[in-house]
Design a protein around this ligand. Structure first.
Ligand code: 5GP
Ligand code: ZN
Length: 117
């Protein structure tokens, strides 16, 4: 799969073609605030490479996963989430996925409920 899908919202955000409130970035990952936050901190941690979802990751994507979770830890530290936070990724329309470029929702700054709806 190509690194970029020209019709993909998060590819456009990663390229800087659509503005976002970035809180972290490195060679493999960008993190920016969700436009409709569901918690005091709601950041989307996104690979620069276009991958639709967890289902389409390859077995040799271990390095990408490691980079995503390293970014999660870094953002949690920057946001002061020492008491805890939640990481969620939706896979497919039935789960609620609406943007088909892999992203981890990092939510924190309030007490989380379980189970999620
Ligand atoms: P999903 O529903 O696919 O798990 O999550 C997509 C998320 O992207 C939603 O929480 C939604 O609020 C967020 N989102 C959609 N469009 C934009 C946008 O243009 N900018 C930002 N920062 N977030 C967006
Ligand atoms: Zn994309």
């Amino acid at each position: 799969m190509s690194d970029r899908d020209p019709d993909c919202l998060f590819c456009k955000i990663a390229a800087g073609d659509i503005p976002s409130d970035r809180v972290y970035e490195d060679d493999a990952v960008i993190a920016f605030r969700d436009i409709h936050p569901q918690a005091p901190t709601h950041v989307l941690v996104v690979p620069r490479r276009h991958v639709p979802d967890v289902d389409t990751l390859a077995d040799d994507d271990a390095g990408l996963l490691s980079a995503l979770f390293a970014a999660v830890r870094r953002v949690a530290e920057l946001e002061g989430l020492a008491k805890g936070y939640r990481v969620v990724t939706n896979v497919g329309a039935e789960s609620g996925q609406s943007v088909f470029h892999l992203h981890l929702h990092l939510l924190g700054g309030r007490r989380m409920r379980w189970p999620p709806g």
